[in-house]
Write a protein that binds this ligand. Structure first.
Ligand SMILES: [Zn+2]
Length: 207
């Protein structure tokens, strides 16, 4: 035992692939990768990723058209979730390299929702989960390669252990709900830190 406190060390000496800019689309895909990780709550052992509808819901904010989720996709999605969990929670960024090698991404030109041509990330397989694996591994690699983009973290929302894609130096939050709760808890800054000579009444603190 060294007595050192356990903390995440930044990985040094690892060259993440560079050369692609972090677009809004790639950022959204990185956030959805975190949403997939958060379908399993290790605090209460509840797994939300239980059927095709749940999988479709988790990826519903994806910026591009995806193949529809089917019951066959659920187990592969859970396996992908396990690997993404190592990326987010254990900084196992080599997992991204393996995902990229297994699902090499390619760029394809397609019509976006507004009809304008748009560059999308495709994969050798047109099935949902390998496609997500290629898109998410590339998006997370691009995100991590840009030190100004932010970091992969744990949500600072109250009573939350979800992972979060932290943008810049803003507090990491997994959802609008946690963002709102964190903002609210930061509000009573004008309150005196100590009660002074006033008797403590045991009242719950004002929210
Ligand atoms: Zn949260």
């Amino acid at each position: 035992m060294t007595g050192r406190t356990k903390r995440l060390e930044p990985r040094v000496g690892r060259a993440l692939p560079t050369g692609l800019a972090l677009t809004d689309d790639l950022l959204r895909i990185a956030v959805i990768a975190g949403d997939i990780v958060n379908t399993y709550n290790p605090l209460n052992d509840i797994d939300f990723l239980c059927d095709a509808d749940a999988l479709a819901y988790v990826v519903s904010d994806h910026p591009w058209t995806l193949p529809p989720a089917t019951a066959r996709d659920v187990e592969p999605a859970r396996r992908l979730r396990g690997r993404l969990t190592r990326v987010f929670r254990a900084a196992a960024y080599d997992e991204l390299d393996h995902l990229l090698l297994e699902n090499p991404p390619s760029l394809a030109l397609a019509a976006g929702a507004d009809g304008a041509p748009r560059l999308l990330i495709e994969a050798p397989s047109h099935e949902l989960v390998p496609l997500l694996a290629a898109q998410m591994a590339l998006s997370l690699s691009v995100f991590l390669a840009d030190p100004a983009a932010g970091s992969l973290d744990v949500c600072e929302g109250p009573d939350c252990n979800n992972v979060a894609v932290r943008r810049g130096t803003a507090p990491p939050t997994c959802s609008d709900r946690c963002r709102t709760a964190l903002d609210a808890s930061a509000q009573p800054a004008g309150r005196p830190a100590r009660a002074g000579t006033r008797p403590r009444l045991g009242r719950p603190s004002r929210r």
